[in-house]
Write a protein that binds this ligand. Structure first.
Ligand code: CDP
Length: 788
């Protein structure tokens, strides 16, 4: 797309350098832990070593003797104010601090408040808790068996560990269709628990000003406004009404969905500050972050496809058991207990589909969050892209040919999927064709055939995914009843510079740059002259925050709409200044000129000055506007990824030799930032495919609870990503843009798994669950008698 604006204005399509980067790369970012307030106290948390136990007693006497320790807060203390329980985002309930039972290892048990971080940690060591272990349930299938210990005894009348059942599609019709199908394939697929592991852990400073009766919380949150409302709803009864609460989300060191939920630590810090009347800082350490914060995935799926012998896919069925841990604290829109999993028909024109899911309680931390994915889309894409390859194997068809045969054709858009979504636009075959050309698909298949003859293991994997981002249209999307619109407020100052504030919150995605570019595109004010602010609920307009790639589809659209309102007013002022009728003016980025007399013109800067100095009689002064944008639909970005792997027969090590990613996110605001999003996303997609997993032993002890054994990828493990684009604009977004932040995390894992399975398919391998560790591969090679 050729940019409409000059390089000086830097609207859409310019790879403008990120405005926020100078402060980040100089170490001058302002994160929560950088903030120091006068008289600030520190909080540290006592955590349970048991996954399930009764608390017989908590002895705080020794802790209170530690120099610097001022208080120890227990569940009994919070119970006096009815603050020991809180609602989760999915309307379940969760303990803030327990009064009698702990439900997972690392659960918060008590909090120590002290004059220094060190004293707080010493205090934690000195708290003595007497536990009596209870039977532990870690396996969600066993949790559903009759006679399994019932975990949520706090819920009156609860007799099992089942949380909810959810289903979409035509069960009976799909069953009938499967029974009559030519070809059927079925595969169990497990996506294990993983963690967002952002560089910055979670934390806050709760600062209650007794004189003003106002609470300010500096907090690692992706959704400051929603948090303010939730705090007011939970703590309104103790005087914290919403006008007295200010949430400030400063620079965030990554969020990826992990900074959407309210964790007990935030609530305890707030309670401590209100009780003590001083600011209280709580910052998790790395192990607390990995062990106790919300997890992602943990879906046990059984996927089935029905097809004709020629490879036409006709039916899809997926049954899932979702392990939510001790509480359903998923960060989903309220009406979607399984998120947007029903996008699982993917890029294919499938006539019969049905999916069902059961949520289950176990003795693990509650969740799960949408880790860099729009509410369970990663799971859905993994299921459809894996089972498609299983079908290709069954039919002895090339997986690229099978996909090409079944893609929704471009002329069918907007496309209504059988599971209820209306895809806005797409051209899937073009993206796959481009990826195949870039990687040299036919040559690679020839090379593979030759290598196979020599016993070498090489695989090629494809993933042609469809995403669903931009939650969302308020008729369907809300969180705890709050509709999922988003907002922008723009003020153009007299000197022609501007400030734009948004209801979202960047965690590293570059909003200060791209939002400025959106406003620059619409008003012709140089992006450098537009300050962007997010994250302070006292100043930014109300919005639902940043996750699920919703910033560009929703808040970005609000930015464009607010700018257009300003342009409408600017036109009136220009007509007044040029003494012509509004209809006689034409707009080009940055100025209005008189039709047929282009020398008679007023720049946006001249108009801005006039808005405060020489505006028409009867018009209000100023040049500002606000937009609350309620999108008519979600956006459906897509892409085709092709991965080439070589497998070492001596070690089972999988080496990604090449990885081509062709993405389509509609019109692009900043191509460099989009490439950065794809690069980062691909690395975060490779991570669970090859490295990351959090598992538990029979007693609920966490395995993978530190970076010693939870393997996050570094530059060393990351291959050179080859990225390219196709551009299919969204027909309903004001700028034709779709979200992009999560595409690569969603699309990459099945491409990698498909490549590994493809390398081993001739040995009879059909599926491998992630993470595909060298040990797992080596065990298969040994079984098949090909290990070196
Ligand atoms: O909600 P989040 O910011 O995570 O996701 P997003 O809307 O997909 O945007 C991620 C980054 O890519 C932002 O800086 C966007 O403005 C930018 N982007 C873009 O430049 N062009 C697009 N079509 C989509 C996103």
């Amino acid at each position: 797309m050729t940019p409409k604006t000059s390089a000086a204005v830097c609207g859409m399509g310019h790879s403008m350098k990120r405005k926020e980067d100078p402060r980040f790369i100089r170490g001058q970012g302002r994160y929560v832990d950088d903030i120091q307030l006068p008289g600030m106290l520190y909080m540290d948390i006592v955590r349970s070593p048991y996954a399930h136990a009764t608390i017989k007693a908590i002895d705080i006497s020794q802790a209170l003797k530690v120099p610097g320790v001022l208080a120890v807060i227990t569940g009994q203390d919070l119970a006096k104010y009815n603050l020991h329980w809180m609602p989760t985002l999915m309307s379940d309930t969760q303990m803030v601090l327990p009064t009698d039972t702990v439900m997972y290892q690392s659960q918060e048990v008590a909090a120590v408040i002290a004059t220094s971080r060190y004293a707080a940690a010493d205090g934690v060591d000195a708290v003595e808790v007497d536990y009596e272990p209870l039977p532990v349930v870690v396996d969600p299938f066993k949790a559903l068996e009759p006679g399994a210990p019932v975990l949520r005894t706090d819920k009156k009348g609860k007799t099992d560990n089942h949380i909810f059942h959810w289903e979409v599609g035509d069960r009976a019709g799909t069953e009938r269709h499967f029974a009559a199908a030519d070809v059927r394939v079925k595969q169990d697929i497990y996506l294990p628990r993983i963690h967002v592991a952002s560089i910055e852990t979670c934390g806050c400073i709760a600062d209650f000003d007794k004189a003003m009766g106002k609470l300010t919380v500096y907090m690692t949150t992706q959704a400051p406004h929603a948090i303010r409302t939730v705090f007011a709803l939970v703590a309104g009864h103790v005087g914290l009404s919403e006008e007295r609460i200010r949430i400030v989300s400063p620079d965030l060191g990554g969020g990826f969905g992990g900074k959407v939920p309210v964790y007990p630590g935030y609530v305890i810090a707030v309670a401590a500050s209100v009780l003590i009347g001083k600011p209280v800082k709580w910052i998790e350490d790395r192990m607390e972050n990995l062990q106790a914060d919300s997890f992602a995935r943990d879906y046990h799926m059984t996927a089935e496809l029905a097809a004709r012998k020629d490879g036409t896919i006709t039916g899809l069925r997926i049954k899932t058991i979702a392990d939510h841990g001790y509480a359903d604290a998923a960060a989903n829109p309220s009406k979607f207990p399984a998120g947007l999993f029903s996008i699982c028909t993917g890029s294919y024109d499938i006539k019969h589909a049905f999916t069902e899911l059961d949520g289950v309680y176990t003795n693990k931390p509650p969740g799960g969050v949408a880790y860099r994915c729009s509410f369970r889309v990663t799971e859905a894409v993994h299921a459809i892209e894996r089972i498609t390859d299983v079908l290709a194997l069954e039919l002895k068809m090339d997986p690229a040919e099978l996909r090409m045969k079944n893609f929704i054709p471009p002329e069918k858009f907007p496309y209504k999927s059988v599971l209820g979504w209306e895809y806005d636009s797409g051209n899937y075959a073009a993206a796959l064709a481009k990826a195949m050309k870039l990687i040299g698909y036919a040559d690679l298949r020839r090379e593979q055939a030759e290598k196979r003859k020599r016993g070498e293991l090489m695989g090629i994997g494809i993933s042609s995914f469809t995403e669903i981002v931009g939650a969302g249209p308020s008729k369907d999307f809300d969180i705890l009843g709050i509709k999922m619109f988003d907002s922008a407020e723009i003020r153009v100052h007299p000197t022609g510079k501007a400030i734009a504030r948004f209801g979202t919150k960047s965690q590293g995605q570059g909003h200060e740059t791209t939002y400025a570019q959106i406003v620059a595109e619409e008003l012709g004010i140089p992006a450098q002259d537009i300050a962007v602010e997010e994250g302070d609920t006292d100043t930014a307009p109300y919005g639902l925050g940043t996750y699920a790639s919703r910033s560009t589809p929703v808040a970005g659209a609000a930015g464009a709409m607010a700018a257009r309102k300003i342009r409408d007013k600017a036109r009136k002022i220009a007509a007044h200044l040029l003494e012509v009728a509004e209809e006689d003016l034409e707009w080009e980025p940055g100025k209005f000129s008189v039709k047929g007399a282009p020398q008679k013109a007023k720049t946006i800067q001249e108009i801005a000055f006039a808005a405060y100095t020489n505006h028409p009689q009867g018009m209000e002064a100023g040049l500002e506007a606000t937009s609350y944008y309620d999108p008519p639909n979600l956006t459906f970005p897509f892409g085709s990824y092709i991965c080439v792997v070589d497998i070492d027969r001596g070690t089972g090590m999988v080496k990604i030799r090449r990885f081509v990613a062709v993405d389509d996110c509609g019109n692009i605001i900043n191509p460099m930032i989009v490439d950065g999003q794809i690069h980062g996303g691909l690395t975060m997609g490779m991570a669970p495919a090859l490295l990351e997993e959090i598992s538990y032993d029979e007693e609920g002890n966490i395995q993978g609870g530190s970076f010693m054994d939870y393997l996050v990828p570094t530059a060393m493990e990351t291959p050179r990503w080859e990225v390219d684009k196709t551009v299919t604009p969204s027909p309903h977004h004001p700028l034709g843009a779709k979200g992009v932040g999560e595409s690569a995390t969603v699309g990459a894992p099945p491409a990698i798994v498909n490549a590994v399975v493809d390398a081993l398919a001739h040995l009879g391998v059909r599926h491998i669950d992630i993470p595909i560790t060298p040990e797992k591969v080596w065990t298969i090679l040994k079984e098949k008698g090909v290990a070196e």
